[in-house]
Write a protein that binds this ligand. Structure first.
Ligand code: NAD
Ligand code: ZN
Ligand code: ZN
Length: 340
């Protein structure tokens, strides 16, 4: 099969022939229908996120069709040819976090595409039937980004809901692949004013289309003031940062209001100085990693009902280096998906 593999940090992916993987006991082979090109893979590729042994097939936003069962995996609710989405947080299945339903936080980090081989290939091995959810009529190209680009902001927004009561504001920083869904979840699930901060005018335009109430260019001299004013000078009840560099974290800390919450999702590697006087009184600073399998089911339900708009650009897998070049330069509006 064709697989796009990363051999060297900082280098291009190599599209090459590798053997079609054979599912072991309990495993399922998926014919990949589409794999979303996540900015996290750009961080991995550039060496900003460590821990992936090379060479490796990345790709952790996957959907496709059941292609083969390993011993014992058959007869657990899925049939050959079924369209499925792949929950990516593959854990051990029996630690505290797995049993609590948050397998993405498992003691043994085993995400497909970041350890086990991922979906930038024609076929993918998924370690258990429990990571597969029927696509319910969604095409894999539409469904793949839901497994991370939509799931992650959904889980982040849920962490803020108790604070987002009428009269409050939420600030979303970075309206890219993830942020496009973050805007929609904030609008669907809360009565808050949604303020989107992005330095790219095309992303700000998309955010407005998706329902943002106010958009702000962070490079404008008065940006922080503009955001603050848009919160009715109360500060934001919630800030979700989908970038996570020093500059965006500084903005987040500057605009969060008393007893508000800052949720860091972006893997930009920035930091923010935390002190009693540095952050609004009683504010919470936290991070959010992916989402749970049950939350993915909830996201899929929204999509199946037609409640989510996905801005997706499709590319053949062979164009992977062009796609990551564009992602690096901010030239993808929404999410790019790779079709093998
Ligand atoms: P993306 O490239 O599609 O979107 C990033 C957006 O941020 C773009 O719209 C860009 O214009 C904007 N941006 C960049 N720098 C900015 C700045 N200084 N101020 C304001 N806006 C800025 O990326 P994505 O795929 O949506 O991923 C976003 C981040 O989330 C990445 O760091 C990615 O690694 C991370 N991520 C985290 C998780 C998690 O579980 N925590 C999951 C998936 C992705
Ligand atoms: Zn991702
Ligand atoms: Zn576990």
């Amino acid at each position: 099969m064709k697989a796009a593999r990363l051999h060297t940090l900082g280098a291009e992916f190599v599209v090459e022939d590798v053997p079609i993987p054979v599912p072991g006991p309990g495993e399922v082979r998926i014919r990949v229908g589409a794999a979303g090109a996540c900015h996290s893979d750009l961080h991995i590729k550039s060496g900003g996120v460590k821990g992936v042994d090379l060479p490796h097939t990345l790709g952790h936003e996957n959907a496709g069709w059941v292609d083969a069962f390993g011993a014992g995996a058959e007869g657990q609710g899925l049939s050959l040819g079924d369209a499925v989405v792949v929950f990516g947080g593959w854990g051990c299945g029996h630690c505290h976090f797995c049993l609590g339903g948050t397998e993405q936080l498992c003691d043994r980090f085993r995400w497909g595409g970041m350890g086990p081989e991922g979906g930038y290939a024609e076929y993918l091995i998924v370690p258990s039937v429990r990571h597969l959810i029927p696509a319910g009529g969604l095409h894999p190209a539409d469904a793949a980004p839901l497994t991370d680009a939509a799931l992650t902001p959904y889980s982040a927004v849920k962490k803020t809901l108790s604070r987002l009561v009428p009269g409050t504001s939420a600030v979303l920083i970075g309206a890219g692949g993830l942020g496009q869904y973050g805007v929609q979840f904030l609008k669907m699930l809360t009565p808050s004013t949604v303020i989107v901060v992005d330095n790219d005018p095309h992303k700000r335009e998309l955010a407005l289309e998706l329902g943002a109430d106010v958009v702000v260019d962070p490079s404008a001299e008065s940006a922080t003031r503009t955001i603050w004013d848009a919160t009715d000078a109360r500060g934001a009840a919630a800030v979700i940062d989908f970038v996570g560099v020093d500059a965006t974290l500084a903005t987040a800390a500057a605009v969060v209001g008393r007893q508000g919450i800052v949720v860091v999702v972006g893997l930009g590697g920035g930091s923010v100085r935390y002190s009693f006087f540095g952050l609004a009184q009683g504010a919470t600073l936290t991070s959010s990693s992916w989402g749970s399998r049950n939350e993915l089911e909830e996201v899929l339900t929204f999509a199946q009902k037609g409640d989510l708009v996905s801005h997706i650009e499709r590319f053949p897998l062979a164009a992977i280096n062009d796609v990551f070049g564009r992602l690096h330069h901010g030239d993808i509006v929404g999410r790019a998906v790779l079709i093998p």
